[in-house]
Design a protein around this ligand. Structure first.
Ligand code: 3EB
Length: 343
């Protein structure tokens, strides 16, 4: 009786039958509904963008990239099974039979960026093996002061070294890399969260860009281990996860100091990626205006208005848009865009 009431209540505010049956649904809810969303037993994760990365509980994540637009919204990941919570080393996780979502928040003054990253990724690998969610689909990395130099290396580069050392680089690893984001915060904690599954997604690379895992070593002594995008089949549905995408052509930054042109270059990269993904997996979408949502990470708030105007001109009003304040992994990049599509 009580459960039935609870279900009715959930159905009331979730309000599509489709959602209730999907292995993973990602959508946005007004902040005013926070307690409903957190109390919904089917909620896997609630992602909140705020001034500092913080840990509240295993279901909620506070990411230290403040929302410049869309701050009244929470990102909600919902499943069709009641997830089970647990912890493993420093990882807090939630899992269903199909997938696992995990997060780690580590004080960045407790070691070097390289050693902390290596420890984080080792723990994640162990958890994946132990609980048999061996395929990493999507990872988000929020790194304090990403462009600072420590011991001669930029912190992003040290992060790349630590990550490379921790992941499995046996033959063929380059075609099983997750989509990723790695951007900079201004707080004291490294925050990593991820989504992993039993079965691989389909990795998509960008013909306009050198794959990150093949970048020349000047960008990082050990190459960044991520793919440009992943298409993942969740039951009946396909999701497309587009990695943080910047104004990079080949392997070089383009349009230094020109935010509008960087934005166009990002979107051109995303359009090509979507065309690739459509060709390889039959996603059924054609360009960035068909995405469900994008997050734009913006280094300098002064560019906010022109960036939003420009984005709306290119994408129309259909795409859910969030602009977040963050540093970008190369000092000469002013912005970066990640995207998501749910079929
Ligand atoms: C780039 O294309 C921009 O190291 O995980 C974007 C997304 C970038 C993810 C990562 C880095 C990462 O190289 C930077």
């Amino acid at each position: 009786m009580l459960l039935a009431l609870l279900d009715a209540k959930i159905a009331g505010y979730v309000n599509t039958t489709n959602r209730q049956n999907s292995l993973l649904d990602i959508h946005y809810q007004p902040r005013a509904r926070q307690s409903d969303v957190v109390n919904d037993p089917y909620t896997l994760a609630v992602i909140d963008f705020n001034s500092q990365s913080q840990f509240t509980d295993e279901k909620r994540i506070i990411v230290g990239t403040p929302a410049l637009t869309g701050g009244d919204l929470l990102e909600v990941w919902r499943t069709n099974e009641i997830p089970e919570s647990g912890s493993f080393g420093e990882i807090q996780y939630r899992r269903t039979s199909a997938l696992i979502f995990g997060q780690l928040l580590i004080p960045s003054d407790s070691g070097s960026m390289e050693s902390l990253t290596q420890k984080i990724y080792q723990q994640i690998s162990h958890l994946q093996l132990e609980l048999s969610f061996e395929k990493m689909i999507r990872v988000w990395n929020y790194l304090p002061w990403i462009n600072r130099h420590d011991e001669g290396l930029e912190r992003y580069q040290s992060f790349c070294v630590g990550r490379h050392q921790a992941i499995d680089t046996s033959i063929g690893y380059e075609s099983h890399l997750p989509a990723a984001t790695a951007v900079g915060t201004h707080d004291g904690n490294i925050l990593v969260y991820f989504l992993a599954a039993h079965e691989d997604g389909m990795q998509i690379e960008n013909p306009r860009q050198v794959s990150a895992f093949a970048y020349p070593s000047k960008y990082a002594p050990k190459s960044p281990t991520f793919s440009r995008a992943v298409v993942k089949q969740w039951g009946e549905q396909k999701h497309l996860y587009i990695s943080g995408t910047a104004s990079i052509l080949g392997h070089e930054t383009r349009h230094v100091n020109k935010p509008g042109e960087q934005l166009d270059e990002c979107l051109n990269n995303i359009d090509i990626l979507i065309a690739e993904a459509d060709r390889e997996t039959g996603l059924g979408i054609k360009d960035a205006s068909d995405l469900t949502g994008i997050k734009l990470y913006l280094r300098n708030q002064d560019y906010l208005e022109e960036t939003i105007d420009h984005l709306k001109k290119r994408l129309g009003d259909k795409v859910k848009l969030m602009v977040l304040h963050a540093d970008i992994c190369r000092g000469d990049l002013l912005l970066e865009i990640e995207g998501f599509y749910s079929g």
